[in-house]
Ligand binder design. Structure first.
Ligand code: NDP
Length: 281
């Protein structure tokens, strides 16, 4: 296994900042090209149902990021499901994002917008395209952030045992085709997995995405494994991942931190997807 940075420490920190900066390098150029050649100004609409404080903070972050790159931004928070249904008829936007939490019947309305506007890549069409390795698939941002991190740090997953814990539509499931494409041997675990401890012990690379603070401990992994922590949890006023960083750090070859890991990259991937949604217009 080789990394971009020299391995001086026993454990390497796979920081998201550098991955995100690398992704952001061509954003301005790509946006200028769209404006010039297609006469399109990227515009994101975030649609949600009001009332969730945590998502309001997240939306503010997205808005700030959009403004930074000259992407227009509108927020439509509905008070009722009926109002939400009206809001998805929003016109003159290039990109649409549904802000969770949403009732399932409302979340499913993502399939009523054109696939090229579904910048989170969570609709049926984009998921199908991802499965079939179509070039114009918009890929769920967090799953893509994991792959971007793997690529940036030159982590060779071919032939490796990669265990994903968590089977959500935004992380675990879309990671399967992306890792298979890289010739990894992929195992996916979830809350009903019976022999999780045994499976984890065999993993060269573990990707944790379950939303349980500090769940993964040193005694659950093998020596020199690589750990990718997608989890974002709040514990005693602090953000922590699904991995007990302090407990595992002496045992691993490399690990993503929380905060400052996959979350940072996810924000950059969202902007990249917004730009892609205009490029394929
Ligand atoms: P979901 O709640 O949608 O899915 C959680 C998954 O974890 C489910 O598949 C569930 O299994 C599984 N799971 C729960 N408990 C266990 C357990 N004890 N053992 C094994 N599997 C378990 O979560 P998300 O995918 O939306 O998010 C996961 C985490 O990632 C959260 O902390 C979230 O905040 C974070 N996140 C981070 C992002 C980032 O940018 N870094 C972006 C999005 C999410 P089952 O299916 O059987 O219920």
């Amino acid at each position: 296994m080789c990394f971009k940075k020299g391995i001086k420490l026993k454990m390497e920190l796979l920081e998201g900042k550098e991955v995100a900066e690398n992704l952001q390098k061509n954003f301005i150029e790509r946006i200028e090209k769209i404006k010039k050649e297609k006469n399109i100004i990227p515009k994101l609409a975030v649609l949600g149902i009001s009332g969730d404080k945590a998502s309001e903070i997240y939306i503010k972050k997205i808005e700030k990021n959009c403004i930074k790159y000259g992407i227009e931004f509108i927020l439509k928070m509905a008070s009722t499901q009926e109002e939400f249904k009206e809001n998805i008829k929003v016109r003159k936007v290039t990109s649409i994002m549904f802000q969770e939490p949403l009732p399932k019947n409302i979340a499913n309305l993502i399939n009523e917008i054109p696939a090229k506007q579904d910048v989170e890549g969570i609709g049926i069409q984009n998921m199908g395209k991802l499965m079939l390795d179509k070039k114009d698939a918009l890929i769920p941002c967090t799953s893509r952030a994991v792959i971007e991190t793997i690529d940036f740090y030159n982590i060779d997953v071919a032939g490796k045992e990669v265990v994903i814990v968590g089977r959500s539509n935004i992380v675990g499931k879309p990671l399967i085709p992306q890792l298979l494409k890289k010739n990894a041997t992929v195992t996916i675990c979830h809350s009903k997995t019976k022999n999780l401890a045994k499976i984890l012990k065999q993993a060269d690379i573990v990707i944790m995405a379950i939303g349980k603070a500090k769940f993964l401990k040193a005694d659950m992994i093998k020596d020199n494994s690589i750990l990718i922590d997608v989890g974002i949890n709040y514990e005693e006023g602090k953000i922590v991942g699904d991995i007990d960083f302090e407990d595992v750090k002496q045992k691993v070859k490399a690990i993503t931190p929380v905060p400052g890991g996959i979350g940072k990259v996810t924000n950059a991937v969202l902007i990249s997807n917004i730009i892609s949604s205009c490029e394929c217009n």
